[in-house]
Design a protein around this ligand. Structure first.
Ligand code: G6P
Length: 609
């Protein structure tokens, strides 16, 4: 969950590295640093806090040179501080390392190195890598890195520069993302694609333990034994403007507004429109054999897990197949029972979440077949799954996930409907109708966004409420979970979600006049039940916002306020009903004077446990 970058070419490295780091700030922003080699000398600058503090330091302590590495940190070992910032160097300050991940055996290695006289400067796990490379260095940086890899355990993306080899950067990954961009007379390294796009669209995605030696004019790859290997580049289609804010005040608001397009993009390529409309998942290799499963198991973390909870209801509704949904960090440790006919759906925006990958690998070792839903082309999840269904959401920069979530839902629905079609639990006519309904969603989402000021005004009246509870039933319960997460993530309001039927079993004890209740009411058969729940919390003094359909009068007498979304089928509404909650969380965050794009203590991509 840190970001690493590297540059080697004819330009000054410092501005390129700073620019690249800014595009990776979403991966961590506790501190930043760079190491640059110029005039035969390695220089390091680092600073605690956002990249602007590093920039201030560099403005007065200029470093020149055309090869360098950089880092933006999300602390794991050692508090955020100047000294714990990367790059870390060997004792002589001639070898510099940036690292994303965790060196699990760092304590043992530290003791070993200290017994050889090494004096450590930081509390980080990373510093051992710099000293180990120096320990093994005999004039060949690649060899020293290869020897070091034999000794370190854990996850890492590493970039290394050495004063005596100023013509190269050595980079390697294991269980952490790394991309190498191939430019003209220059090459770049980054944890993710956006920083590279200004310079090149041709990239290498190294696999675990493939070591890249990056020169100005070429990139060589070696396996863990030091034998050369051939790799080919991938052309990235992303538009660079997609990674910029595009006129919005924050990435999160921009990404909320991108949902109609993202939903349409994710849907369009998967629909066959000739004769009766049907779903085309052949492009991802999904054939009838997949629908012979006895059970579907969905695992994920955070927001992606909430997409899985919606998925459970959708699969049961459309495909009549048993579904287990599990949080990946629970799943991996609970000794789960496998059936070889289980199908796993693993959902992850980044495709790099450590617990999610571990759950996938467990499922794989148990013999299960795996469908990945991810937004990150070339991510570890995408490479290791049997089938990959990409969400075409484009890069999501804000830490709190919005468009990735709704496009994950779109993918889940498409798979559930196709399961149903193949299992004969929905007719071809019903399928065609559901496709029409899905196709209507982007325009309906647009209508909700056009009403955002209504949510903004509601937020202005309620953003200071000390507690907010989201409640609903069925699909609305799943969306309550996601809504409560959004609000707590970016506004730091104490918010929780519960199935409305659970109200009497505990949550109502917390309800008083300081409480905001958001009742999500889109499940028509359960409107009366929801109305009773609303009366119960109103009687305890809560303020109640109801989210329901246009033209629906059921809650007119009970709700304090009603936000109306376009009428859609109950089972498909989650892709709409979450949008008011995303907007509410966003406006509360801004009204509280916070930065919704960079919530405290959270990272976009949690690549360590
Ligand atoms: C972090 C992010 C969340 C995200 C979760 C899972 O906690 O802050 O927004 O939902 O990781 O990430 P993934 O990339 O696997 O979807």
């Amino acid at each position: 969950m840190c970001g690493i970058v590297g540059y080697i070419g004819d330009e000054e490295a410092t501005p390129v590295l700073i620019n690249a780091l800014k595009k990776l700030e979403y991966r961590g922003y506790d501190s930043a640093g760079i190491a640059v080699i110029g005039d035969g000398k390695l220089s390091v600058r680092k600073a605690k806090g956002a990249i602007k503090f590093l920039e201030q330091r560099i403005a007065t302590e200029i470093i020149r040179g055309s090869v360098g590495i950089g880092h933006t940190r999300w602390a794991t070992h050692g508090e955020p501080s100047d000294v714990n910032s990367h790059p870390h160097t060997d004792v002589a300050g001639k070898i510099a390392v940036v690292h994303n991940g965790i060196i699990e055996n760092h304590a043992k290695l530290r003791a070993f190195l200290e017994s050889h006289g090494v004096a450590f400067r930081s509390q980080t796990d990373t510093e051992v890598v710099a000293h180990l490379i120096d320990f093994h260095y005999n004039g060949d940086l690649l060899q020293a890195v290869l020897e070091t890899l034999k000794r370190i355990e854990g996850s890492y993306a590493l970039s290394v520069v050495c004063e005596s080899s100023p013509d190269r950067i050595v980079a390697v990954r294991k269980d952490a993302p790394l991309v190498i961009g191939v430019g003209k007379g220059e090459n770049l390294i980054a944890s993710d694609v956006p920083p590279l796009l200004e310079y090149t669209r041709d990239v290498y995605y190294p696999n675990d333990l493939e070591v890249a030696v990056v020169y100005r004019d070429r990139v060589e790859f070696y396996d863990a034994d030091g034998d050369p290997i051939e790799k080919t580049t991938t052309h990235v289609e992303w538009d660079i403007s997609a990674a910029e804010k595009g006129g919005y005040e924050h990435f999160m608001l921009k990404e909320i507004h991108e949902q109609p397009k993202a939903l349409a993009d994710t849907l369009r390529a998967r629909i066959k429109t000739y004769a009766t409309k049907s779903i085309n998942l052949e492009e991802i290799g999904f054939d009838a054999s997949w629908a012979e499963a006895n059970r579907v198991v969905i695992t994920a973390c955070g927001t992606a897990w909430h997409a899985g909870v919606v998925g459970k209801y959708a699969f049961e509704r459309f495909a009549r197949i048993p579904v287990d949904v599990d949080i990946a960090s629970e799943y991996r440790y609970r000794n789960p029972i496998f059936d070889p006919k289980d199908i796993f759906i693993i959902i992850s925006q980044s495709g790099e979440t450590a617990d999610t990958l571990a759950a996938m690998r467990m499922a794989r070792s148990g013999g299960a077949r795996i469908i990945a839903i991810t937004n990150a082309v070339g991510s570890t999840l995408a490479r290791e799954a049997d089938l990959v269904m990409y969400t075409w959401a484009g890069p999501e920069i804000a830490v709190a996930s919005t468009k990735a979530f709704t496009t994950q839902l779109m993918c889940v629905y498409l798979i559930a409907l196709q399961f149903g079609a193949l299992r004969g639990t929905i007719s071809s006519e019903d399928l065609a109708r559901h496709i029409d309904e899905l196709e209507a969603l982007p325009a309906q989402a647009e209508k909700i966004l056009a009403e955002k000021e209504t949510i903004q005004r509601f937020a202005a009246r309620n953003f200071n409420k000390s507690k907010a509870f989201f409640m609903g039933r069925l699909f609305d319960y799943a969306i309550s979970l996601e809504s409560a997460l959004k609000l707590k993530e970016i506004s730091y309001t104490h918010s929780e979600a519960f199935a409305a039927g659970e109200l009497k079993h505990g949550p109502i004890a917390l309800v008083d006049e300081t409480t905001l209740i958001v009742a999500i009411c889109t499940q028509r058969e359960l409107f009366d039940k929801m109305d009773s729940n609303i009366k119960e919390v109103k009687a305890r003094g809560a303020t109640v916002l109801v989210i329901t359909y246009e033209g629906e009068t059921h809650f007119d007498k009970t709700a304090d306020e009603i936000f109306r979304i376009p009428a859609a089928p109950d089972a498909l509404t989650p892709m709409l009903s979450v949008i008011p909650s995303q907007l509410y969380a966003y406006y509360c965050s801004v009204l509280r004077g916070l930065d919704p794009d960079k919530p405290r203590n959270l990272a976009k991509s949690v690549t360590v446990e």
